[in-house]
Design a binder for this molecule. Structure first.
Ligand code: CTP
Length: 410
């Protein structure tokens, strides 16, 4: 999602920096556009550092370099690129220009040029806010479908008290997310996600593991957190950074992963076992480095505990999702795992298919559910696949609630 954040000149301009951060947490790409007077309050450098992108400050590019055609038509490019325009803080002057269709700077020109939804968060002195001119302009914008996040009452920078203070960052972010269709539909869930491989030591320097990158599990953790869930990510060794806003537990072996799950289980409402858990481990790992010798070496392995099956047995109301990474007879194996692991959903993928499986950015998944449901999805980025899996969890949760309501009614 791409959002242009228009910052106009008021004391509250510094709060726009906080808004940038908040929108980024939702995975939104933010392009900041500043009016001339906004730059009197905050420097473009602040926003450039936060967004990692050039801040648009005027219509015709860098004045010292002279006007250029690219800059002059950039508003059209930005207008077409964005999914939403939010103006925060919006001064009385900017609101008036927007209401009358005056386009004398980049921000107001962008407003006219874009067909994307618009959110406006006004901030100004109480008398300016209550002035008939401002109220008329605000109503004109509302009438055109602009979402206005009303200013709050309180102590204002000018020393007066009343309505005019910029709404809270949360309220503005909520309005933006609502218009973008980013829902916080997992607010009531606490999700444990396992990810990555587990490692089983042979000796202090060697171990058995597999090719899992952790990308699918980390994608699930990120997607669930963005949708408002509390997330515990239990991960074997990977090269990935944990997503923002998740509780991260780092483990190495299957035994450690199992222990971490047991520790966090009580508060979980859903468990997603995306980890590629080692099925076998050496019976007796060497405490000293094994020395090279002539001839063959035989490793004696024992099976590791089946974490998923163990949890699913006592799952209660929890929704349990397992994975089946297969190379053949995908449907058959996935259905068998639904039974043997007592999972609610098995996410199956053919790791030999193009653009699927280990270390790919994309995946091709089919969801098999205990209620007999089967849904195949085309190849898609792992983060999108993660959202489809979370959608299924929500469907099952709603179906469960409806069932208990009917049972109660009987
Ligand atoms: N799993 C687990 N504990 C294990 C092995 C696997 O919890 N010791 C979980 C995985 O995280 C995954 C699911 O079980 O969600 C299926 O993993 P997979 O390795 O495909 O299944 P296995 O039961 O090991 O079957 P096989 O390897 O024979 O296909």
């Amino acid at each position: 999602m791409r959002v242009a954040l228009g910052v106009s000149g008021g004391v509250a301009a510094y709060k726009a920096a906080e808004l940038v951060r908040r929108l980024q947490q939702e995975g939104i790409d933010v392009q900041v556009v500043m009016t001339k007077s906004a730059q009197e309050f905050v420097t473009p450098l602040t926003f450039a550092a936060l967004t990692g992108q050039k801040v648009i400050t005027d219509m015709f590019g860098d004045e010292s370099a002279g006007a250029n055609v690219e800059s002059a038509i950039e508003h059209i490019a930005v207008a077409q690129r964005i999914d939403l325009l939010v103006v925060a803080p919006a001064t009385a002057n900017t609101i008036a220009k927007m209401a009358r269709g005056i386009a004398d700077d980049f921000l107001t020109t962008l407003y006219l040029a874009t067909t994307a939804p618009v959110v406006v968060a006004p901030a100004m002195n109480v008398n300016m806010w209550e002035h008939a001119a401002t109220q008329e302009n605000i109503n004109a914008l509302r009438g055109r479908g602009v979402h206005v996040v009303s200013p709050e009452e309180g102590y204002l920078a000018c020393g007066m008290t009343g309505a005019g203070r910029l709404a809270g960052v949360e309220a503005i972010a909520k309005a933006v997310c609502g218009r973008l269709g980013i829902e916080h539909d997992l607010e009531n869930e606490t999700v444990i996600v396992t990810a990555g491989p587990t490692c089983e030591d042979l000796d202090p320097v060697r171990y058995l593991t597999n090719r899992s990158s952790g990308k699918m599990g980390y994608g699930l953790a990120e997607a669930a957190a963005r949708r408002g869930a509390r997330v515990v990510l239990i991960s074997g060794p990977t090269r990935l950074d944990p997503p923002q806003g998740v509780e991260f537990v780092s483990v190495r072996s299957t035994e450690q992963m199992q222990a971490a799950l047991v520790e966090h289980l009580a508060r979980a409402t859903a468990i997603i076992m995306a980890a590629a858990v080692a099925d076998y481990r050496p019976i007796a790992p060497e405490t000293k480095k094994m020395k090279r010798g002539d001839g063959r070496v035989t490793l004696e392995l024992e099976s590791t505990p089946d974490i998923l099956a163990g949890i699913a047995r006592n799952k209660g109301e929890r929704i349990v999702v397992g994975f089946a990474a297969e190379t053949d007879h995908v449907a058959e194996h996935a259905r068998a795992k639904l039974e043997s692991k007592q999972a609610d959903v098995i996410v199956a993928n053919d790791v030999t298919a193009e653009g699927a499986g280990f270390d790919h950015e994309t995946n091709v998944i089919t969801l098999y559910s205990r209620d007999g449901g089967e849904k195949a999805f085309p190849r898609m980025p792992k983060i999108d696949a993660a959202h489809r899996i979370l959608d299924r969890i929500l469907e099952l949760r709603r179906a469960g609630r409806e069932l208990s309501a009917t049972q109660r009614a009987r």
